[in-house]
Design a protein around this ligand. Structure first.
Ligand SMILES: *[C@@H]1O[C@H](CO)[C@@H](O)[C@H](O)[C@H]1NC(C)=O
Ligand SMILES: *[C@@H]1O[C@H](CO)[C@@H](O)[C@H](O)[C@H]1NC(C)=O
Ligand SMILES: *[C@@H]1O[C@H](CO)[C@@H](O)[C@H](O)[C@H]1NC(C)=O
Ligand SMILES: *[C@@H]1O[C@H](CO)[C@@H](O)[C@H](O)[C@H]1NC(C)=O
Length: 757
């Protein structure tokens, strides 16, 4: 009796605390409380029914979907699962909440798995019933998705079908606040034409499609442009479809706003306007036209802001959420607090002059990236003129460097705790299990916390799915998961059953490579993708043996799992990571031979390294997710005009290699481990390197890195204009190739292990 009584009291206290915390939090921010889906419950229900029909075909009839925002709940959103004789009943407070509920049921009752890298969608013969109704409170009003960069690194070539799939995935993962930056160049064109600019002026302003993210942020102009006019128009049509589907689920898309970034030509028409020439972003602006930033305190800022938002609302409607970054990797022109206060006040008023309900959504990246400038007093000065609830800060890299803490919850302004996880869309395995499952909860529980949402803000998607699977669940989880238990269940869903060896592999990965707690992934590039030099360090937070162990155990998996699409992807991914580690070991040998001045051993060691790249390319070619050919084909489909196709190909290839003109500092930032790229680009650079080392031994001179860099830059710059063809379909069996490679490199692994002990 006493136990039951005290449990009841505990539950009561718990609910009371949540009610108090949540209610209190939104009372403080009425402007956020007022943000509501623009579609009705019938529309949202139809969207979810359409989603389950797409996923489950005729078996969708076994689910009944209801949307009811009046179900009793303490948080802004909740879902309920129940069953009767005939059906599974899923009720959500919105379309997104219902889809989140569908996913929860499919994941945890049917062991279904849906991911960017393979689905496992075999439903049980009869759908499992629920012994009693379950009610799940979604913790926060907002679940945010995307980063300004994702639009270029991942989505740039997407057609509507691919977008539709992603929006469905978002709904299934509870995301209701997606960034929606597509199709803005069409709106800018209208605005600037009104202000007197010509198409030629804009051709000098917009970058090519693959670089628009940085053009929009005011970092670069013109590179890889001009933007095809046909592209501009088609993206408007695409954005209309994107927003329509998002809103049908009850999502609240965030639209772009004016941040001061203007075409240089505008300075001819407004010679008195206060223009700041931005400081060169990674050396870009010196050679490619300096970007011009209009000071928010100038009257023209309000004019452009208002024109843009009015045109945007005409074309796309609005949910009153606007993305606006004034200083993303841009130095503010003054250190004065008064300046910061005046600037943010003007930008806020400009936003409101067009939409009185506007809420400003800001990436908090600058507070981390330039924390020397952004001392607390400057953060406070910047945020102070904006009414509480009218600006939301995305604490973008909160899993590693949260900023809410040092700024005392952004001085009372609401914020969203985001996992960033990925830079440049790089493929390397990386994750921060502990901080993800604990961080979002402790941020919410902190005294006086103003956290109002969770989010995912990767620069590129399509990799490390396990981290996103967990992060999405942080939308409803109240206590941190036991990572080991969670991972075991993850493998069961991902492959369709429990397998001792697979579990061993994933537990090892989750405790090592997926349990980083710093940002080394940012600095640590995969060896094949690094521009060759004698000084490459492998600054990893795990040991190569963790990867070899996982590889070996994945290959021992039971036959019934290896045919799964998800397994096929993962075996390529694990093998790829293992080959990267082996490449580093071989690289050390190559440099040693050079230092020993030994031509003979250099030849052998160099040959071994090059052969490994060939093997890696073959392996990657066995899975369609790892094909350069797909990236290029996706780019080329956007035009029938030969010269524009050539430009699209250049955009696609330059972004992932040189990332800019020949002396680009950003080279290899967005590297990929793809078939075609490894063989025709990375391997070529390493061949040049080994030859250069060999020549310097022959000629008895020191290897000259600068001279080598110039030669490599020349190759890199020309490469993006070459017309190589790349495979667009996979060939060979991933498991067979992986097994062959394991036998081939087993002796290298054993040797490595011996040296460790
Ligand atoms: C929505 O839920 C409330 C509270 O449970 C209930 O009273 C109402 O009838 C429901 N509405 C519909 C349309 O089912
Ligand atoms: C929380 O807010 C209250 C009221 O504004 C204040 O007195 C208190 O110092 C704050 N606590 C912390 C830990 O910031
Ligand atoms: C292809 O595009 C280029 C650049 O926009 C243009 O000059 C050319 O006329 C186009 N060719 C055809 C056949 O439309
Ligand atoms: C690739 O093809 C285009 C169009 O046919 C041509 O203009 C260009 O010169 C070719 N590039 C190379 C490096 O051969």
């Amino acid at each position: 009796m006493t136990t039951i009584a005290s449990t009841c009291i505990l539950i009561f206290l718990y609910l009371f605390t949540i009610a108090f915390a949540t209610g209190d939090r939104y009372q403080r921010f009425p402007s956020l409380k007022a943000i509501k889906p623009s579609t009705d419950e019938i529309t949202q229900r139809n969207a979810v029914k359409d989603l389950i029909a797409t996923l489950l075909h005729e078996r969708a009839q076994e689910l009944d979907i209801k949307i009811n925002n009046s179900i009793p709940k303490l948080s802004p959103d909740a879902f309920e699962l129940d069953s009767d004789d005939k059906q599974i009943l899923i009720t959500g407070s919105s379309g997104v909440a219902a889809a989140f509920g569908v996913h929860h049921y499919l994941k945890y009752y049917c062991k279904v798995h849906l991911s960017w890298t393979g689905d496992r969608l075999k439903l049980p013969q009869t759908l499992p019933k629920l012994s009693q109704k379950i009610h799940v409170e979604i913790n926060q009003k907002f679940r945010y998705y995307f980063n300004a960069c994702t639009f270029s690194y991942s989505m740039v070539w997407w057609d509507w079908q691919r977008w539709k799939k992603e929006i469905d995935w978002m709904a299934l993962n509870g995301i209701n606040m997606p960034l929606a930056l597509t199709g803005q160049e069409g709106i800018w064109t209208k605005v600037y034409k009104k202000l007197g600019l010509t198409f030629a002026d804009l051709d000098n302003f917009f970058t090519g499609p693959a670089f628009l993210a940085w053009n929009r942020m005011g970092n670069i102009q013109r590179w890889a442009g001009p933007l095809p006019h046909d592209w501009i128009n088609k993206q408007i049509t695409l954005q209309v479809k994107i927003l329509d589907r998002m809103r049908k689920y009850g999502m609240l898309p965030i639209l772009p706003a004016f941040n001061g970034n203007i075409p240089n030509a505008l300075t001819k028409i407004y010679p008195k306007a206060k223009i700041v020439k931005s400081s060169p972003w990674f050396g870009f602006s010196k050679r490619y036209g300096e970007t011009a930033l209009l000071d928010p305190r100038d009257k023209l800022f309000i004019v452009i802001s208002k024109l843009f938002i009015e045109e945007e609302i005409k074309a796309y409607g609005t949910d009153h959420l606007y993305s606006l970054d004034l200083f993303n990797e841009i130095d503010p022109q003054s250190k004065e607090l008064e300046y910061l206060t005046a600037v943010s006040k003007s930008a806020y008023l400009a936003l409101n002059s067009a939409d009185t309900k506007a809420v400003w959504i800001m990436q908090g990246w600058m507070f981390y990236n330039d924390n020397y400038y952004w001392e607390n007093k400057r953060i406070q000065a910047f945020l102070s003129p904006i009414p509480k609830g009218r600006i939301v800060i995305l604490d973008l890299f909160a899993e590693v460097e949260p900023q809410y803490h040092r700024s005392n919850s952004f001085f009372g302004h609401p914020f969203i705790w985001c996992m960033l996880n990925n830079f440049g869309g790089n493929a390397g395995m990386y994750g921060t299990f502990e901080t993800i499952t604990e961080g979002a909860i402790s941020a919410y529980d902190m005294k006086n916390s103003t956290m109002i949402g969770t989010g995912m803000a990767p620069e590129g998607i399509g990799n490390n799915y396990i981290m996103y699977d967990l992060m999405a669940e942080m939308g409803w989880r109240k206590i941190a998961v036991d990572v080991r238990d969670w991972v075991v269940v993850y493998t069961e869903r991902r492959y369709g059953g429990l397998d001792e060896n697979i579990i061993k592999a994933w537990l090892r990965l989750s405790e090592t490579v997926y349990n980083c707690n710093d940002m080394r992934q940012y600095h640590c590039r995969a060896l094949p993708a690094v521009r060759p030099s004698l000084k490459i360090a492998n600054d990893v937070w795990y040991s190569a043996d963790d990867i070899f162990f996982a590889w070996e155990h994945m290959l021992r998996a039971n036959n019934e799992f290896i045919s799964e699409e998800t397994f096929q992807y993962d075996i390529v991914d694990v093998t790829r990571q293992a080959l990267q580690e082996l490449a580093f070991i071989m690289y050390k040998k190559v440099t040693q031979c050079y230092h020993d001045n030994n031509q003979e051993t250099l030849k052998t060691a160099g040959g071994e390294l090059i052969e490994l790249f060939t093997d890696m390319d073959t392996l990657l070619g066995t899975n369609s997710h790892f094909l350069l050919g797909r990236w290029v084909a996706d780019a080329l489909q956007h035009s029938n005009n030969i010269s524009i196709k050539q430009q699209l190909r250049f955009n696609a290839l330059n972004q992932i290699t040189l990332w800019g003109p020949s002396k680009s500092i950003l080279h290899d930032y967005a590297n990929k481990m793809w078939n075609g790229l490894v063989d025709k680009f990375y391997k070529k650079r390493w061949l040049m390197f080994i030859k250069a080392l060999s020549d310097s031994i022959s000629n008895n001179i020191l290897f000259d890195q600068q001279k080598f860099n110039l030669a490599v830059q020349k190759f890199e710059a020309a490469w993006a204009s070459e017309n190589n063809t790349y495979a667009t379909t996979s060939s060979g069996s991933s498991v067979t190739v992986s097994k062959q490679l394991f036998s081939k490199y087993k002796k290298n692994i054993e040797k490595y292990r011996q040296l460790q002990t």
